[in-house]
Design a protein around this ligand. Structure first.
Ligand code: CUA
Length: 372
């Protein structure tokens, strides 16, 4: 890959962060050089100018200089504050995730990256994204700490066992860019990488439609919820349900037993599945069994996506929208572009209609288990 950035030592700039990060970096280099050169020059100058000419000479007395002291206080203050300001701007841009981003789920594992698009397509060690479109990564890991790093985008973030971390970027030019794991994670750490392919929207749509999508994360989550894990037998809604209500909770404060409140975000949902007795919702008994060890991180990601969808939130739909019924998966325009993606649905109907017999998991019986 050729480096066409204006500083030949830097990797290619291919995201909206590129110029900001590089400008800050160049500023740091300039500050370092501007301070280092005079200091080194002064060492040599003073060594010559004030060298010992006469044994045991008494130097002239000096009573300080207000001017000098003011300057050596103010200049470093200004310099350090501008570094802080530049760093803060870059940081806020990188870690305030925009609402209108398309979502990709990332699970790190010794030693590969497993990725899934919100339309269901899966990739390993490769990520295809459209140019000029905000992309949000929701990331976690099955085992140890890793770090998702794309130098050309000038962004990276750790993926941490037991929690979700987020990253976003907007690629600015099509191409193939290195993806690295940037946190030592064992034997094949150096081989844990791949490529991010940035494509024109049209090429990306073609790529999506040319790949088996299977179930979307929301559909997988719904399947797990209703069939494989049986969550619906307690959480299906209705007047007698034993489990807490899940519809419409996402993003809202939840009252817990003991008077605390907690915000229903991705981490809260994940934790409630893995460690249900930790945060009991007010008015409910701590009867939910843990699903620790029974669900993979990828399944957890799907369950979180499904439970989010019960609040009308499906990926790139901003949280403010009141239950958008059909969200087009490629965002802007797919009418007539001939792609075969199924529109995502805000799945909620099925779960609501199942709640009439919540107290008898057996009562739902084998023959009716496909009542969707
Ligand atoms: Cu994964 Cu280093």
């Amino acid at each position: 890959m050729q480096t066409s950035s204006w500083v030949p030592l830097f990797p290619e700039q291919a995201s909206t962060f590129g110029s900001q990060v590089d400008a800050l970096y160049v500023y740091l280099i300039v500050v370092s050089v501007v301070f280092s050169i005079p200091v080194v020059a002064a060492i040599f100058f003073f060594a010559l100018r004030f060298r010992e000419k006469e044994k045991y000479a008494t130097p002239d007395e000096m009573h300080g200089s207000i001017m000098l002291e003011t300057l050596w206080s103010i200049i470093p203050f200004v310099v350090s504050m501008t570094i802080f300001l530049g760093g803060a701007i870059v940081f806020f841009n990188q870690f305030r995730i925009p609402d209108d981003a398309m979502e990709v789920y990332v699970v790190g594992k010794q030693w590969m990256w497993k990725l899934q698009h919100e339309t269901g397509q899966r990739e390993i060690n490769e990520l295809h994204v459209p140019v000029g479109r905000k992309v949000k990564l929701t990331m976690t890991t099955e085992d140890v700490l890793h770090d998702f790093s794309v130098p050309a985008f000038r962004t990276k973030a750790d993926v941490v066992p037991g929690r979700y971390t987020y990253l976003w970027f907007e690629a600015t030019k099509p191409g193939k860019y290195d993806l690295f794991c940037a946190e030592y994670c064992g034997l094949n750490h150096s081989g844990m990488g791949g490529y991010v392919y940035v494509m024109e929207q049209r090429d990306f749509d073609n790529w999506l439609s040319g790949n088996v999508s299977g179930q979307t994360p929301v559909e997988q989550g719904k399947d797990l919820f209703e069939n494989k894990l049986g969550c619906a037998s307690c959480h299906a809604g209705g007047p007698q349900q034993r489990g807490a209500k899940l519809e419409g909770i996402y993003g809202h404060d939840i009252k817990l037993v003991g008077g605390q409140t907690v915000k229903a975000d991705d981490a809260y949902i994940r934790n409630s599945i893995i460690n249900p007795s930790a945060q009991i919702v007010e008015g409910f008994q701590p009867i939910m069994p843990t699903f620790k060890g029974q669900v993979t991180e990828e399944q957890l990601v799907s369950l979180v996506a499904y439970i989010k969808s019960l609040s009308g939130i499906t990926g790139s739909t901003p949280a403010s929208g009141s239950n958008t019924a059909v969200t087009n998966s490629s965002g802007t325009n797919t009418s007539g572009s001939g792609n075969t993606m199924t529109p995502r649905r805000a799945n909620r109907g099925a779960a609501n209609t199942e709640g009439s017999n919540p107290n008898s998991p057996g009562g739902r019986g084998a023959p009716t288990s496909s009542n969707r």
